[in-house]
Ligand binder design. Structure first.
Ligand code: ATP
Length: 357
């Protein structure tokens, strides 16, 4: 669907968890809009700020010196009220009161569900995928993912020094919610013995045997990466189990929120700058409910409805009735996208296994 409303004034907000690169995307939105003579209204604290009308007009200089800053200058929040039909209506009403011709939202799939509801209330919305977890299926990459992984690599390299000096096994817990993307990529990059992720079954005795054999062959330190999606004490229990079975001193370290902060990497700055720019053009092109995505080397848009359906299919939440409403071509394309994502994860898992001796 397309709108022919002339875009003169837009809103922008950041929602869900903060991610490095959000500010770089905001800069791109602010600058592209100003170049196109569009006024930009920053909405503070995500959807809760929208409900309160908590805004500040962003001049073109508000995009200065933020490309390198972590967090979000617009702050972020989670709003339960906005999830209700009344909340969405109130949000749409506020957009009209603020005379916004469109809204750009930066966040993850929850943020896009909210924006889709707003779009259905007549507010043209465009989403920019920002989350360190890379768990937005319609895009190859999300803003913040690369920086978070670089942080993990930096910390893991440091912790390995102690592991090697003390001949220890170190179990590292990394973020990613229910997705193992951060764990699998970083495990390859730090030369880990194994990555344990929610996507695949795991045999801890197989790991124990591998560690025993490697130690017999002279290996001193072991790094095991576990994804947070496996549960709160998973890594602690695994460390205990390994120590008990191998007699190798084992330690657990949770990298936690350090992964969410910090100056964005080069990749995230480039992704954020291109996506921020594309989001403004999407509104100018008449998009009414779309998400900017990265596909291979190009930046494109997909409909928010498609993005949401794809998440539901990925999480096994799509009902048979919903599936039957999709055209065979769309269903095939969605299934292929998800299969390709899984194939890549399996490939990374295979690389970790092949390279650990
Ligand atoms: P992250 O992956 O970093 O957590 P996210 O965007 O998925 O980002 P959520 O907390 O799921 O984070 O969603 C952000 C906000 O979007 C919520 O606080 C809520 O206001 C809105 N939202 C989430 N889900 C819905 C929904 N089903 N309907 C309407 N609004 C929603």
């Amino acid at each position: 669907m397309r709108s022919d409303v002339k875009i003169k004034r837009i809103g922008v907000l950041t929602s869900g968890g903060d991610a490095p690169g959000m500010n770089a995307a905001l800069r791109a939105v602010i600058r592209t809009a100003h170049r196109k003579k569009i006024e930009v209204v920053g909405i503070l604290n995500g959807y809760s700020g929208l409900l309160e009308g908590n805004t500040k007009v962003l001049s073109k200089r508000d995009g200065s010196y933020i490309i390198n800053r972590g967090g979000t200058i617009l702050y972020t929040a989670r709003s339960e009220v906005f999830k209700t039909p009344e909340g969405v209506k109130q949000g749409a009403e506020m957009c009209r009161k603020l005379e916004l011709d469109g809204l750009i939202v930066l966040g993850g799939d929850g943020t896009f569900r909210g924006a889709y509801d707003l779009a259905n209330e007549g507010i043209p919305c465009v989403g920019i995928p920002c989350t360190i977890d890379n768990d937005v299926c319609c895009t190859d990459k999300t803003i913040g993912f690369d920086t978070a992984m670089n942080t993990v690599v930096e910390l893991a390299d440091k912790i390995r020094d102690t592991g090697e000096s003390h001949s220890r096994c170190i179990i590292i817990e990394v973020m990613g919610r229910k997705a193992g993307d951060i764990a699998l990529h970083t495990a390859v990059a730090i030369g880990a013995t194994c990555a344990v992720v929610p996507e695949y079954p795991f045999d801890r005795d197989e790991l124990v045997n591998k560690i025993i054999n490697s130690r017999a062959g002279g290996k001193k330190n072991f790094l095991i990466v576990v994804a947070e999606g496996l549960g709160k004490d998973y890594g602690i229990e695994l460390a205990k189990y390994i120590e008990e079975k191998t007699n190798i001193e084992s330690r657990f370290s949770c990298f936690g929120y350090t992964q969410r902060g910090g100056s964005p990497s080069l990749s995230d700055r480039v992704l954020a700058s291109t996506m921020g720019c594309a989001a403004v053009y999407a509104l100018l092109d008449g998009c009414v409910g779309d998400v900017v995505v990265s596909k291979g080397s190009s930046i494109e848009t997909v409909e928010m409805k498609y993005a949401i359906q794809l998440e539901r299919l990925a999480k096994g939440k799509m009902t048979e009735a919903e599936k039957s409403e999709l055209s065979p071509g769309t269903f095939y394309e969605m299934s292929k996208t998800l299969a390709d994502r899984m194939a890549y994860k399996s490939y990374l898992k295979g690389v970790i296994e092949k390279l650990s001796l």
